[in-house]
Structures are given as structure tokens and as C-alpha cells.
Design a protein around this ligand. Sequence first.
Ligand SMILES: [Zn+2]
Length: 181
Amino acid sequence: MLLNIMLVLILLIGIFIGFAGYSWAEDRNGPALTVPSKEELFKMLEQMPVSEDPSTLYEEPVGAMCYDTAAPLDRVQYICPECGEMTLYDSMFGSKIENLQTYRALVKKIKKIKVKLDESQFCDKCNPDVSYPQFCLIVKLDKNKEAQKTCGITETDINLIYDYSEGKIPLSDIMYLFEER
Ligand SMILES: [Zn+2]
């Protein structure tokens, strides 16, 4: 920014000297050119458009997010059902958050085995250290077995668990969900 102003100033001083020299030379032979006064130069300087490099013009104020009551257009709100905290995501995660309703509805459909959608990675308060949040499922395949947690699940994964719970597909078809991925 300062550099831009300095460049403009140097340019204007150059013009000034150029004009002065030209009019001085002209004085002897013909009518003098109007030399802009210092005040006029400053006026010109004020009217000059400033460089629109966005990196120098716009800086997001620190802490602004704390005071936002509504999410700006390119932000998506996530409200944690566990603690009620609101986390704002930029559009990169927007589609993921929009999937949330679908995920919740799909998990609700599963009645014959215990399945819980764990979306806590999306909450800044519950999981402050997660930078790339994923949806997880906590599944209790059998009442004699311990509940297992699997993360990074997709709609297809949830549908397969549903199919298994309804006896449409064998357990082996969903075991990939509980292996290291
Ligand atoms: Zn939370």
C-alpha cells in the first residue's frame, strides 16, 4: 500500500519536473504551458485510483467470527447437538454439512441394530483439534459385541449397514467398515 503511494508520488514528481522543464523551454519561443501547482498535484494524487490488489486491501479482522450472529453467504453453520455450540465452515465443507440431514435420516432408519451417528468432529468445542472433520458411526453389531467406531463414512456405507440390519446382505459385506482404512 505504502509502496503504491510512493510510486504514484515519484510518478507525479516526474510529471511535474517534465512539465516545468517543458514550459521553461517553451517560454522563449511561445506560449507557456500551464504547470500544475503543488495543490493541484495533491488533488490529482487524491483522485488517482489505488491499486486493487486484494491481498493488500482486505484483511479479515481478527476475532470477527466470534461476533458474527449470522453466517455470511460463503459460510455454513454447524450447530452441535451435544453442546449447542455453533461452528462456522467455509463453502469447502458446505456440502458435507448439507449431507448431515441425509445421514441423520438414514441412520434413523436402522432399527434392528444399535447405530449412532457421531458428528462431533464438526464441532469446534467438542473437537477443537480436528481440521478435516468426518462423520463417524458407532455401531453395535451384536449385543454381545462391543460397539465399534468407524469414521469417514459415506451414504453408501450407511445404506449397507441398513441392508445388513434388515437381513438383506451378510455381515461380511459390511466388515470392511471396521477394518483399518
Ligand atoms: Zn459440541
